[in-house]
Design a protein. Structure first.
Length: 686
């Protein structure tokens, strides 16, 4: 006999069983965790989409990134009481059962959006037993998730044919854009397709897809979502006849940005416009170098260490192109020399004007040679660095200590890979490239030069840029030494046909260093241009030598071309504006005499600082003469190494060098003010 006590116990037992079952058999939400990811540039422009590990396109159904008109229309068609029920719309389910009974077939399943979500999480055959499980699972989902979270999950999992799941994936594939702004015909098609995704696929069955879309449009008109005009407009439009490719740019940079944190949509630090330019330059230059040659380029914003552009290779269609060559350790050649001198400056053992010997020297069992196998005798440190002389650099590293040098680089985030194995210690050969570094590590080091000697790691995600300003970083060299090295590198010989930045209006002032590894396997150029660091590598991915191909000849022109593009896209001119422009403004505003007084000493226009001049043969024959040019107050007097320069019949200063080597050219104006430049003369056999 039933009593109140037994009824209560029965109800309690049933409730307890449901609670236990809910805990023991929760809905498989983890099955929705495998999401695709979209990486954009720093302004939100799409760069590359990543499929799920199983090859499906399934983006998170973030309601903030989906057109609200589509969401409203979807709820009106599929589940108009979505926000009122608790997983199951019993009224709608009863009506669907009655309609199907009278029709003798299933007319409508009566499933809510929550029930459909449960079915997509746990697919099974369509029968009464499956429907009961869906009802139970829908109740579980409603207990665990908010309505918006359920809707977001539904919009992530909805099938659209083939390997497309979710409205964002379908919008990208069929329309070629995000789902945040959809037209009327796109809304109708995206609602129609999930009901029979394979049968209605527009790329395979366009007529069926079009009929289904038009039917949904008419249904939306009956629900007062579309107007009659909207229905007519939709009917005149065709459906997409093919699937579009997902965004697929900045292959290596987007992969790195995605790997830096959770697998989700990411706003990277890349600049889409500059990225396109860098990719174009890398491919064009690689094609000009030969079919087996690759080019990699890295552009980094110094204040934030944000990577603004990266070409890990010139093309994935070229040998080794799938590798991100900015992450491969290669011999850096002479690109580490600036840091040797900076540490020597810190120690007080050298200064830019310190004289060092460029003579045959043996360091224990190691005897380096200069690249051109010539010796210059007594030279200044600044000249030795600008012209990349090997012997002075090795001698300076001997003073600094190779082990200390390697350890200081490693602490800054650029650990040299010492050739010969882990047990080998750093030797003096590291000055000339006897250790492996990546382009990314070189970017860290050169960014430290541009940031008063402080090294910080590179940043790949836009939301981390602000924090990099406050990050302490690691002291690589002092700010004073970093500044002195940059001043020296800005005066290094520029590529052939390129005027120094100081003499060219609106051209970037670049402090750069080139490098060529042993056997011509790696050609490098690295530099600081305004607020950006640029690192360029040219070579073969397999490390095969390329006889005669140097960093100065192959990589440096690329660096200068990229610097121009950086200046254009990122409005970064650094110290590009020519001093003459400032002088002209002074002339207009203060009068000629006052302008000349404020302009200071005369300006030497030719030869420019640190120029390399080809004088031709000198043995037994006259060398080529150079006409010196400058501007200043009154007539300029010219001196070569302190001796007056000869003049031609018209009184113009003409200098004919009598030997190869370094010279000091001095110009003195009528007020006695002087300017000097240091140049190098190259000659050849008679």
């Amino acid at each position: 006999m039933l009593t109140a006590r037994r009824i209560f116990l029965g109800i309690f037992a049933l409730f307890l069983a449901v609670v236990i079952a809910d805990r023991l058999f929760p809905p498989p939400l983890e099955r929705a965790g495998g999401l695709s990811a979209l990486v954009t540039d720093r302004d939100g422009k799409p760069l590359r989409a990543f499929a799920t590990p199983d090859g499906r396109w399934r983006f998170a159904g973030d309601l903030d990134r989906i057109d609200p008109d589509f969401v409203d229309a979807l709820i009106r068609v599929e589940d108009k009481r979505f926000y009122q029920h608790r997983g199951t719309d019993w009224m709608g389910l009863s009506r669907a059962a009655i309609d199907s009974l009278f029709a003798g077939r299933i007319v409508s399943g009566g499933s809510t959006l929550t029930m459909q979500t449960a079915r997509m999480l746990e697919p099974r055959d369509r029968n009464i037993g499956s429907k009961l499980i869906e009802i139970a699972r829908a109740w579980q989902l409603e207990r665990r998730l908010t309505k918006d979270e359920i809707l977001s999950l539904y919009l992530s999992l909805t099938p659209y044919g083939g390997n497309l799941e979710g409205v964002r994936a379908a919008s990208w594939s069929y329309f070629g854009h995000e789902a945040d702004k959809l037209s009327k015909d796109e809304i109708a098609l995206l609602i129609a397709l999930p009901q029979s995704p394979e049968v209605r696929r527009p790329d395979r069955h366009p007529e069926t897809a079009e009929r289904a879309r038009n039917w949904v449009a008419e249904k939306l008109h009956r629900y007062d979502v579309f107007t009659a005009g909207d229905v007519d407009d939709v009917a005149t439009l065709s459906v997409p006849g093919r699937r579009r490719d997902f965004p697929d740019r900045a292959w290596h940079g987007t992969a790195k940005a995605l790997a830096e944190g959770p697998r989700e949509d990411v706003r990277s630090t890349l600049d889409a416009g500059l990225q396109a330019e860098v990719e174009r330059i890398a491919l064009t230059r690689a094609e000009a170098e030969g079919e087996d040659v690759q080019v990699s380029v890295l552009v980094v914003h110094v204040p934030t260490r944000a990577v603004r552009a990266i070409a890990g290779s010139a093309s994935r269609d070229r040998p080794g192109g799938w590798l991100d060559l900015t992450a491969q350790a290669r011999s850096p050649g002479s690109t580490l020399k600036p840091f040797i001198y900076a540490m020597a400056f810190d120690d007080g053992t050298a200064a830019p004007d310190t004289r060092v010997a460029d003579l045959p020297t043996r360091f224990a069992s190691y005897q380096p040679e200069n690249f051109d196998r010539m010796f210059r005798g007594d030279v200044r440190v600044s000249d030795a660095l600008q012209h990349s002389l090997n012997i002075p650099a090795v001698a300076m590293l001997d003073r600094v200590g190779p082990e200390r040098f390697a350890a200081q680089l490693a602490s800054a985030g650029a650990r040299p890979r010492i050739y010969g194995g882990a047990e080998h210690e750093a030797g003096l050969a590291i000055a000339l490239g006897g250790a492996g570094l990546t382009a990314r590590e070189l970017a860290v080091l050169y960014a430290a030069l541009g940031d008063e000697g402080v090294a910080k790691p590179l940043v790949w995600r836009a939301d981390e840029e602000a924090g990099s300003y406050e990050a302490a970083g690691k002291r690589l060299v002092s700010g004073e030494s970093a500044g002195e090295v940059l001043d020296i590198l800005r005066k290094a010989p520029t590529p052939e046909g390129r005027m120094p930045g100081s003499l060219t209006a609106h051209a970037p002032q670049i402090a750069f260093k080139t490098g060529t590894s042993y056997g011509f396997r790696d050609a490098w150029a690295a530099g600081v241009s305004g607020q950006h660091v640029i690192v360029v590598w040219v070579g073969r991915a397999d490390g095969a030598p390329r006889a005669g191909k140097t960093g100065h000849d192959t990589a440096l022109p690329i660096l200068f071309e990229v610097a121009d593009r950086v200046s254009q896209h990122l409005q970064d001119e650094g110290e590009a504006t020519m001093r003459l422009t400032s002088e002209k403004r002074l002339l207009k505003s203060h009068g000629a005499m006052k302008a000349l007084e404020e302009a200071g000493p005369p300006q030497i226009l030719f030869p420019p600082q640190a120029a390399e001049l080809w004088a031709g043969p000198v043995n037994g024959r006259a060398a080529r003469g150079f006409v010196l040019a400058g501007r200043g107050e009154g007539r300029l007097s010219w001196y070569i190494d302190g001796r007056p320069c000869d003049t031609d019949d018209a009184g113009a200063p003409v200098w004919a060098p009598d030997r190869p080597g370094f010279y000091t050219v001095t110009a003195v104006d009528s007020a006695g003010r002087a300017s000097r430049v240091r140049v190098r003369v190259l000659t050849g056999p008679a």
